[in-house]
Design a binder for this molecule. Structure first.
Ligand code: SAM
Length: 289
């Protein structure tokens, strides 16, 4: 496979930065962060387990968003450990800092940092983690090699990413949208949310970057949204930055039809007070030998 065109990579990078640092994204995550943390608890547990944390470790969390899972990691490594949480822009990471202060955490610091050029010395962390970020990185090998560089020998990487596209999390929302608006054909070089649904891809990329003892596990975890289908969908349209342009393309009439279909699909997963969505995630781990 030939290397993707650098100008194209630069366009992916610019779009990513815009989507995740714009005010609409930051205010949506501010509004919904507590319910999102509860919804994604199974994925948090998976990364805490994959990272094999213990008190005293020094951990770098990448693409930390508003602090999930970095705040839990800070609790797991305790006062003798330390966490550096990072994200592309000050908006998301600033909110993470507020939430950490509210929880009384003192062993965590917050930095704006792009994963492709980490502002940390070689061999400075015991563990590098990232939940629901890696699949968006425009140059994943470059980012993974940066992880390897900042890890101490024997240090561990643990990533959690989304699994396959054909799963209810996407099928009940983005999948329905795609029936109503024209979705541009995907660029085969573009990173996308479900790319690591391809079995073995995360493992092969971690190995290509130089990690040893690489493992990939596909797991389904229940995600519970304590609210109505209407509320869940409202949250999705605000929080899911890559899908907002599709929602914006809907006319009022198309939106009404799409929403009827979305609510019907979500209602099948609801017990009347909460929706439970089985999330397929992929857990990738490796060691800096
Ligand atoms: C879906 S959010 C996940 C946030 C959090 N880790 C979680 O699990 O809730 C994706 C995050 O990746 C961040 N991100 C995307 N590309 C990045 C990059 N190149 N460097 C650093 N952060 C990045 C975005 O700013 C965004 O906060």
């Amino acid at each position: 496979m030939s290397a993707p065109d650098p100008a194209k990579i630069e366009r992916f990078r610019a779009r990513l930065r815009e989507e995740w640092t714009e005010e609409a994204t930051v205010s949506a995550w501010r509004k919904w962060n507590a319910k999102l943390a509860a919804f994604t608890r199974g994925a948090t547990e998976a990364i805490l387990e994959g990272a094999q944390l213990r008190p005293g470790l020094r951990v770098l969390d990448l693409a930390s968003g508003v602090g999930d899972p970095s705040l839990w990691i800070a609790e797991a490594v305790g006062p003798s450990g330390h966490v550096v949480a990072t994200d592309l822009g000050p908006g998301m990471i600033g909110l993470a800092e507020e939430l950490a202060r509210a929880r009384g955490l003192r062993n965590i610091e917050f930095r704006v940092a792009d994963v492709e050029a980490l502002p940390f010395p070689d061999e400075s962390f015991d563990v590098v983690t990232c939940r629901f970020g890696v699949m968006f990185f425009p140059e994943q090998l470059k980012a993974f090699r940066e992880c390897l560089r900042v890890l101490k020998p024997g240090g561990r990487v643990a990533f959690v990413v989304w699994g396959k596209r054909e799963q209810p999390f996407l099928g009940t929302t983005a999948g329905v949208l795609a029936k109503y608006v024209e979705v541009p054909p995907p660029d085969p070089d573009a990173p996308h949310i479900a790319m690591f649904g391809e079995r073995g891809l995360l493992k092969s990329k971690l190995e290509a970057a130089g990690f040893a003892e690489v493992r990939e596990e596909v797991r389904t975890v229940p995600a519970r949204w304590a609210g109505s289908p209407e509320e869940y969908w409202q949250q999705f349209t605000e929080v899911a930055a890559p899908f907002r342009p599709l929602v914006a393309k809907l006319t009022a009439e198309m939106r009404a039809r799409a929403e009827a279909e979305i609510f019907a699909a979500l209602r099948k997963l609801s017990d009347g007070s909460a929706i439970t969505i089985p999330l397929e995630i992929v857990i990738g781990t490796g060691v800096h030998a």
